[in-house]
Design a protein around this ligand. Structure first.
Ligand code: MN
Length: 273
């Protein structure tokens, strides 16, 4: 199936090389028009959005993004109490992070989409064409989606070592879980200022670490490395400052105690199905 994804990806890439009538309007207008009309295929150079979309329409990835009857993106339930991740992530941080920061990204994302008449557009198409859209959509759309993932990557019953298919894939890619842990932690520590560290499955079917600044993510066409997210960590100070102050490393250490490997494994199964 990975082969099929790669083949489809190559086909998509060929399509984008043949964008019609580009001279009649600038690229941003072309892409926006295409998105609204649903005409043409908008893809980042390295990833097949149509494959991502079909994979995302059911299962774990699909559970991340919901829309209300009016088409507005909905902030998903946290799935556990604000204090459920104590002492690793404190209740006050969780409450502010979810009810203020994430709620804010969600509201501003919907507003920005309305302003640009993109309110009915698929979120994966938006990310795939993010370089053509406004900073408001990029920052708040990323903020919306990245946190939807982040809440799911944590669980009161989390921690420990992965099991199942993802465990074998991590061993194959990084040598051992301990080596992966060191690499992931080092990547998260290395983000300058605000951003995210990610474990992704790239279009070659390889597990890779990457980082993104601000609220960017590996589904965006602006990302240095594209791929399907399998795990992330928010290293904005608002994710840890109340409890850990400037000690980002202590927060990263604590994150390992709450990671929900079942969800990571479910995403990996979907991405490789
Ligand atoms: Mn955050």
């Amino acid at each position: 199936m990975l082969c099929k994804l790669n083949i489809a990806s190559a086909a998509c890439c060929r399509q984008i090389e043949q964008e019609p009538n580009q001279s009649l309007m600038n690229k941003r207008e072309f892409l926006r028009t295409s998105m609204i009309l649903g005409a043409g295929t908008i893809v980042a150079p390295h990833i097949a959005s149509s494959c991502m979309n079909s994979a995302a329409q059911k299962g774990a990835m699909a559970s991340l993004v919901a829309r209300d009857a009016a088409g507005k993106f909905v902030q998903p339930d946290l799935g556990y109490d604000y204090n459920a991740l104590e002492p690793n992530i404190d209740a006050q941080t969780m409450e502010l992070h979810y009810s203020k920061h994430h709620a804010g990204y969600t509201a501003k994302f919907n507003k920005a989409l309305e302003n640009e008449d993109l309110h009915s557009t698929d979120i994966y198409k938006i990310f795939n064409a993010i370089s053509t859209l406004s900073e408001d959509i990029r920052n708040n759309g990323g903020g919306y989606f990245n946190h939807n993932l982040y809440w799911k990557f944590m669980s009161p019953g989390g921690g420990g070592e992965p099991t199942g298919k993802i465990a074998g894939a991590i061993n194959d890619a990084f040598g051992s879980f301990m080596q992966f842990k060191d690499i992931f932690s080092a990547s998260a520590s290395s983000v300058f200022g605000s951003g995210w560290a990610w474990l992704i499955l790239d279009v070659n079917g390889d597990l890779r670490m990457t980082t993104t600044p601000n609220q960017d993510n590996p589904l965006m066409d602006v990302a240095g490395i594209n791929g399907t997210p399998l795990l992330n960590i928010d290293v904005w100070e608002h994710a840890y400052y109340l409890k850990y102050q400037n000690q980002r490393g202590s927060y990263i250490d604590a994150y390992w105690n709450v990671i929900d490997w079942n969800f990571v494994d479910a995403l990996y199964h979907e991405a490789t199905a």
